[in-house]
Design a protein around this ligand. Structure first.
Ligand code: ATP
Length: 360
């Protein structure tokens, strides 16, 4: 089990200097709009992931016009206490320390304190294009398999080079066939590795999503989910050679694992267009809780769970099912924000669990 005992934020977003102590497993954080609830959760995310959940540049996170910030927190992991410090120096260089030792590579910290964040804008995972869903899968796999991240970095780089080559070929009316064949071989090598990882992962991940969705919705809506990849139909070598003329015409690589998606249907129709807002939100939680379960099974302990502003759009029964699932069935630490103090305390009381409330 991992838990965060306390956090001190200095010059971070709307916090000039604030300390918070967490003495329960379930922590409710309440406050009006703009009081810093999301910022506090994001500070926790910094300690676990070395960066903002919201892909904000570090420099935008310093308090007003001041330079640099500092976030410090004490984690307990398997009863051992560790102090993690994330500093943005005045020269905008970021530094990460664990028990006063400076990390040489940030990547060696990622995955030590796994965390799952659920924010209102995450609904894009369901409503937007396939890139958001690929990023979601990539984030989970990269945390668990360092190899996967390396293949992904390589694939993106080679794909860029291949696309530039296709552009140059159109401009000059000449294709460097030797270079194209080298790039194709490299793209196929990393693409096949990524496909194998995704295929194996999705085979166990999809049943987890469906199980979580059924639990939240009391089995009300039947959904089906499928991993879609061009590599399921044909070998990548074949795909590239068949699409060569098309790619030259379009000046980009039209098919490959960069087109993978997760197809979700409800009553045999696309979920995206069919589902109500509450159903979409239920599916978002199902995706995030499946991520939570998967990380827990691979790591052997529950990740931290950061739930930002989750109470809107779900009916009372679905909300109870969700809260029961994360606060009672699971034993990990949970941070939940809301604008209404009574709604938070009422929810925790109905679950009959010890909790701590923090007002901002
Ligand atoms: N770099 C910064 N310096 C100072 N204040 C900042 C900075 N970045 C953001 N803020 C302030 O932080 C506040 C937003 O905080 P946050 O998003 O955590 O609020 P919240 O409590 O989650 O609000 P809501 O209930 O509306 O979601 C805003 O008032 C914003 O002006």
């Amino acid at each position: 089990m991992i838990s965060l005992q306390n956090i001190t934020v200095t010059q971070f977003r709307n916090y000039l200097y604030n300390s918070f102590t967490f003495n329960e497993r379930i922590i409710g954080i309440y406050g009006n709009n703009g009081t810093g609830k999301t910022n506090l959760l994001d500070a926790i995310h910094y300690l676990c992931f070395t960066k903002s959940y919201f892909s904000k540049p570090d420099t935008q996170s310093t308090f007003q016009q001041l330079k640099g910030f500092r976030i410090e927190g004490s984690f307990t992991k398997h009863e051992e206490s560790r102090n993690v410090i994330c500093i943005l120096r005045e020269n905008n260089r970021k530094e990460l320390q664990i028990n006063d030792e400076v990390y040489k590579k940030f990547s060696s910290h990622i995955g030590q304190y796994p965390v799952v964040f659920v924010a209102p804008d995450d609904i894009q995972l369901i409503t937007e294009g396939s890139e958001a869903r690929r990023n979601f899968i990539d984030t989970i796999l990269s945390q668990l398999f360092p190899d996967y991240l390396q293949y992904l970095i390589a694939y993106r780089k080679i794909l860029d080079q291949r696309n530039s080559l296709l552009k140059t070929a159109a401009e000059r009316n000449y294709l460097d066939e030797t270079l194209m064949s080298i790039l194709d071989d490299q793209l196929i090598a990393s693409g096949n590795e990524i496909f194998d990882y995704r295929k194996t992962f999705m085979a166990s991940f999809i049943p987890l999503i469906i199980k979580e969705y059924q639990h939240i919705t009391n089995d009300d809506d039947a959904i089906s989910i499928e991993y879609i990849s061009p590599l399921q139909q044909k070998a990548f070598t074949e795909i590239l050679s068949e699409n060569k003329q098309k790619d030259l015409y379009l000046q980009r690589t039209s098919s490959g694992i960069h087109k993978d998606d997760i197809e979700i249907q409800m009553h045999q129709l696309p979920f995206k267009t069919m589902a109500s807002q509450g159903q979409r939100k239920s599916l978002l939680f199902a995706l995030k809780l499946a991520e939570y379960s998967y990380l827990k099974s691979k790591k052997g302990f529950a990740p931290l769970l950061l739930l930002d502003d989750v109470f809107e759009k779900l009916d009372a029964q679905r909300m109870f099912n969700l809260m029961h699932r994360v606060c009672v069935t699971e034993n990990g630490q949970v941070f939940i924000t809301d604008t209404h103090q009574e709604r938070l305390s009422g929810t925790f009381k109905s679950l009959n669990i010890p909790y701590q409330l923090i007002g901002l």
